[in-house]
Design a protein around this ligand. Structure first.
Ligand code: PLP
Length: 404
């Protein structure tokens, strides 16, 4: 995306506030919100040409609306892809990805640390339609390579993961996918294009839950896929037309405006998260801290390379405990002592959100599965917001000091 006057390509910060569909004749400065489901056609001939795909022009909002298009163009500019297609939620973006690329007999390789609903969608819902899948350890490149079969069409990763912030090597996975004639899709929800652009490392498709950092203020549900124009137009747009996982124009407008502050928010929230990770590490009631910005993180060097030197805004930590029961009681004590930070399983908000994965997002796993995945009962996840560092630590210290 470049300056319309033909100057140098815009920097991402500029694209984040400037890329949109053209202004209306009224000259509005903030992007217009087109709350319309249908569009009046200039002639019967034009309507026929638009429906046949021979002419550009909006017809019906299930598959096209100028406000939604502004969000798609802006997000594509930030991710560095030719195109993007918006969806009603992050999960509907992943459904669109699967419906667009896969058919019975195909095989998907997926990280075992993916978002829970993604694992359910690919591992069980798609299995009903004859799509096979293999789940592999997030950071084990050899396991990804070994899982590939002649029928493999798609590799799907998420980095960093929820809640343990495991990082995978996007470039290595892209090589494995391409050698097998498959595509690599990366869920970029945690890092966002402010910190990480998966296509720069060889990924073919970027998956987003716009509900998280893209909106950034916890207001609306949204999702998107970013990819080459041919993939968007030939594989994903037909799914949108027939399946209708459309992003509402109002929600598109909210996320569009959210993108304007994405870089500022991610930089500020990441900087506070790094300070918080060090503060937690030094607290006597804390046994372990998971954060890619800490030198002891198993993929620290890779994360710094892939994420522009930033760890992101999500930190997870374990309270010190000798057994499962005590871990759960102590984690609950810390969460129940909060007076400022929000007890919420959402993430990517300007408000700091704290959650207990073992009893919420990962509550449907068995205790053995949780142990294997490292989701202990003492684990707390923090999505760091924009509050002052001292207020965040004061709120956490109340509970942590009581259990030390
Ligand atoms: C929340 C989330 C999703 C799903 O997005 P929704 O907008 O809630 O449907 C997918 N991937 C990751 C990593 C998420 O955190």
């Amino acid at each position: 995306m470049s300056d319309p006057r033909g100057a140098a390509p815009w920097h991402p910060e500029t694209a984040a506030v400037r890329v949109a569909t053209p202004r209306t004749p009224y000259g509005e400065n903030a992007e217009a919100l087109f709350l319309t489901s249908g569009f009046v056609q200039p002639s019967a001939q034009a309507a026929a040409a638009r429906f046949a795909g021979d002419e550009d022009g909006y017809t019906y909002a299930r598959y096209g609306n100028p406000t939604t298009a502004s969000f798609e163009q802006r997000l594509a500019a930030l991710e560095g892809t030719e195109a993007a297609i918006a969806t009603a939620s992050g999960m509907s973006a992943i459904l669109m990805l699967c419906l667009g690329l896969l058919q019975a007999g195909d095989h998907v390789v997926c990280s075992q640390s993916m978002f829970g609903a993604t694992i359910k969608l690919i591992g069980s819902d798609l299995a009903k339609f004859g799509v096979a899948s293999t789940f592999v350890p997030q950071a084990d490149v050899d396991a990804w390579r070994a899982a590939v079969r002649p029928q493999t069409r798609l590799l799907l990763a998420e980095t960093p993961t929820n809640p343990l912030t495991e990082v995978c090597d996007i470039a290595a996975l892209a090589d494995i996918a391409h050698a097998a004639g498959a595509l690599l899709a990366v869920d970029n929800c945690f890092a966002t294009p402010a910190l990480q652009r998966p296509v720069e490392w060889g990924a073919d498709i970027v998956v987003h839950s716009g509900t998280k950092f893209l909106d950034g203020q916890g207001r609306v549900m949204a999702g998107a896929l970013c990819a080459r124009r041919a993939l968007v137009e030939e594989k994903f747009l037909p799914v949108l037309r027939s399946a209708g996982m459309t992003l509402a124009p109002f929600n598109a407008w909210v996320v569009l405006k959210g993108l304007e502050t994405l870089h500022l928010r991610l930089q500020a929230q990441s900087a506070t998260a790094l300070r918080l990770a060090h503060w937690l590490l030094a607290h006597p009631a804390v046994a372990r801290v998971h954060y890619p910005g800490l030198p002891h993180h198993p993929q620290h060097a890779l994360a710094m390379r892939q994420q522009r030197g930033c760890g992101g805004a999500i930190v997870a930590f374990e309270v010190r405990a000798d057994d499962v029961q005590t871990g759960r009681e102590r984690a609950f004590a810390v969460l129940d002592a909060l007076r400022v930070l929000s007890l919420s399983t959402n993430l990517g908000d300007t408000k700091t959100l704290c959650s207990h994965p073992a009893s919420t997002s990962h509550g449907r796993l068995t205790e053995a599965q949780r142990q294997a995945a490292g989701i202990t009962q003492g684990l707390i996840r923090i999505s760091v917001g924009l509050e002052h560092f001292d207020d965040i630590t004061a709120d956490l210290a109340r509970g942590l000091d009581a259990i030390r």
